[in-house]
Design a protein around this ligand. Structure first.
Ligand code: FMN
Length: 211
């Protein structure tokens, strides 16, 4: 059973990001996957205040709704993270969410250029990123896809796909964009196929041990 956490960083519940994240989730429609969809807007949490109270403890000291999300992150094998572009970047909710995941990283005491994430300590975790923008040129997405990809990588995920859905403005327009829908579904499928490969390797290793 794979556990996949799907996160929408737009406040529009029926928006394009939600539509595409849900499309990616269609690929998880098997009894072997437990997928959960969360909207960051349903959770009330502050932005990171940089107190470093989490330093090497994996525990953020701010007692708010992020405390409900951390266990979901830890329990999941993979995440789908989606955000629309707001002024060439991810939304404020998505940024606050990522910043609050800082507590999941663990730094070398003498050399802060060396770190690992709590996500690195168990089985490899994977992610897919879905970015959405109104304009038709990738340039107008600014850093949206890269911010999500790079941040997830620094949090220990291997990002297997980055969807860039362009030309979507009104809420739910994505439902009529066959290319964007296909790209999102493919991202979900790629994530699941990657997890299946991880499982195959685990079984091969177990078999080797018992030989
Ligand atoms: C505050 C704000 C800033 C935006 N900035 C950009 C932008 O820089 N580039 C762009 O292409 N679209 C921009 N958009 C358009 C959204 O990315 C677009 O409407 C997207 O489909 C919204 O996704 P959602 O339906 O999931 O909320 C902006 C929208 C808002 C509300």
């Amino acid at each position: 059973m794979f556990n996949i956490l799907c996160i929408v960083g737009s406040r529009r519940k029926n928006g394009n990001t939600a539509t595409l994240v849900k499309e990616a989730m269609k690929a998880f429609d098997t009894e072997k996957v437990q997928a959960e969809l969360i909207f960051l807007d349903d959770y009330s949490f502050e932005s990171c205040n940089g107190c470093n109270g989490c330093q090497n403890s994996f525990t953020c000291v701010i007692d708010d709704d992020m405390q409900k999300i951390y266990p979901k992150i830890l329990a999941s094998d993979a995440v789908v993270l989606g955000s629309p572009t707001y002024f060439y970047n991810i939304t404020a909710e998505t940024k606050a969410f990522i910043d609050r995941c800082f507590c999941l990283d663990f730094f070398d005491e003498d050399d802060r250029s060396v770190w690992i994430s709590i996500n690195d300590t168990g089985k490899q975790k994977y992610a897919a990123v879905i970015s959405v923008a109104e304009q038709h040129s990738e340039k107008d997405m600014g850093v949206t896809p890269e911010v999500m990809k790079n941040s997830l990588e620094s949090l220990g995920y291997r990002v297997v796909d980055v969807v860039k859905a362009l030309g979507l403005f009104s809420a739910g327009e994505a439902a009529h964009d066959t290319t964007a829908l296909q790209d999102a579904y493919n991202a979900g499928e790629k994530l699941l196929r990657t997890l299946r490969l991880r499982r195959k390797i685990e079984i091969l290793m177990q078999n080797k041990k018992s030989e």
